[in-house]
Design a protein around this ligand. Structure first.
Ligand SMILES: Nc1ncnc2c1ncn2[C@@H]1O[C@H](COP(=O)(O)OP(=O)(O)OP(=O)(O)O)[C@@H](O)[C@H]1O
Ligand SMILES: [Mg+2]
Length: 393
């Protein structure tokens, strides 16, 4: 694989020297600037894969630069700021940046980001399906668990990641009790590897789906995505997802309903995003707001961002066509309401597609999972289904 080509623009010459020394020959630096005007000229001349640009330089700030000069063309923008705050991630999204890194930078994080951003989602082995909603309680975890269970029952190598870092309950949907979670993984220093990530997973006791569970208590969430990180500049979620893609055909990611660093990373890295909504006015209004970010700022199109209307047959006086018109976005999947099947499934830790395959909700979930994941890349030998890739309980 060719190394990513980059232009850096940071406030001081010595920052540029440090970054260049940290990254060695892993990236191809086509130019370095300490002012926006200089950066624009370099980007125009070299058209690098990625421009890594500070949010403030001697001749202004990033927002006015982008507004006045529109310098980027096909080059992807990664912002760098000292100690970014949650609102800075929103600003980064608004400005069309694909990532926001903190300065001083961690070399592993910068490298991971540059490789991911420059190569796009097509060239790795596994695919990522991220399940997201702008409103809580609309069925994200139900859908994530059932998509994964369906693919596992078709003998795909599939794993799930719970990025609802404060209140996630994905493991319970599989009847699994995690001994370790993602917070045990991020407690250690140094680079991760696929076996290390697998050590932190718990295995679904029926079909053997490995689950990277969310922290056992909400206070640990910032150690994964926030100011409690052991190594501040690292994007642990990006590192974990990239490694899981090397070991599984499909990585299904459940999220919380907010644009945190973890969520934005899982959205940005996804081959397919399932955006879940429900047929009620508050859910539709918040979905409409979310679409302004996902479509207008992150550039999602219906080929990659699929809208899922859950409980589609609930009688509320709006037709699916009315809803698609209101959202100005096509509805790709409609899942019927079946409280009995859905609630029993999560109460027994047995996904709907396993419990009652013939019911309308199970059939709709299974059909959606198969369509989204495509044909299985290869069949697994039967023997390994219970403990794929050595992930352990
Ligand atoms: N199609 C459906 N029909 C009936 N009930 C459903 C359906 N889908 C989900 N539910 C029920 O709705 C509740 C919320 O579902 P779920 O936990 O999957 O939502 P969520 O979006 O992950 O919520 P949170 O934001 O709290 O994580 C659960 O009790 C689930 O069983
Ligand atoms: Mg959930």
């Amino acid at each position: 694989m060719n190394e990513p080509t980059v232009v850096f623009a940071l406030p001081r010459r010595q920052d540029l020297d440090t970054l260049r020394a940290m990254l060695g020959t892993e990236v191809k630096v086509l130019g370095e600037a300490t002012a926006y005007r200089e950066a624009a000229a370099l980007i125009g001349r070299h058209q690098p894969d990625v421009a890594v640009v500070a949010t403030e330089l001697a001749d202004g700030d990033i927002a006015s630069w982008l507004e006045q000069e529109a310098p980027l063309g096909k080059t992807k923008l990664v912002l760098m700021a000292p100690d970014p705050q949650p609102e800075d991630y929103r600003t980064a999204l608004r400005l069309g940046a694909v990532d926001l890194l903190s300065w001083p930078a961690n070399p592993g994080t910068v490298l991971e980001c540059l490789r991911r951003v420059s190569r796009g989602p097509g060239e790795r082995q596994g695919r990522i399906i991220t399940v997201f909603a702008t409103k809580g309680g609309v069925g994200k975890t139900t859908i994530a668990a059932n998509v994964a269970a369906e693919l596992a029952s078709r003998r795909q190598r599939v794993c799930v990641v719970d990025l609802d870092l404060e209140f996630g309950s994905l493991a319970a949907f599989f009847g699994a009790i995690p001994e370790q979670t993602v917070s045990d993984l991020v407690r250690r220093r140094g680079a991760f590897s696929l076996p290390l990530v697998q050590e932190a997973m718990v295995t679904d006791p029926i079909l053997g789906v490995p689950i990277l569970a969310s922290p056992l208590t909400p206070d640990l969430a910032p150690t994964v995505d926030g100011d409690g990180k052991k190594e501040a500049g690292r994007n642990y979620v990006a590192e974990v997802l990239r490694l899981l893609c090397l070991g599984y055909d499909t990585v299904v990611v459940d999220t919380a309903s907010r644009f945190s660093e973890a969520t934005v990373t899982a959205l940005e890295m996804a081959n397919t995003v399932l955006l879940v909504t429900a047929p009620d006015v508050p859910a539709l209004q918040s979905t409409a707001k979310g679409l302004t970010v996902l479509v207008d700022k992150l550039g999602f199109q219906p080929d990659r961002l699929k809208l899922v209307l859950n409980r589609a047959n609930a009688a509320i006086g709006l037709t699916p066509d009315d809803m698609a018109k209101f959202l100005d976005y096509p509805i790709s999947y409609r899942l019927p309401s079946d409280g009995d099947a859905a609630v029993r499934a999560c109460n027994t830790g047995m996904p709907i597609v396993r419990r009652r395959r013939s019911g309308p909700l199970a059939r709709a979930l299974a059909a959606m999972a198969q369509e989204v994941a495509g044909p299985p890349p290869r069949l697994l030998p039967r023997r390994s289904v219970l403990h794929p890739l050595g992930a352990r309980r």
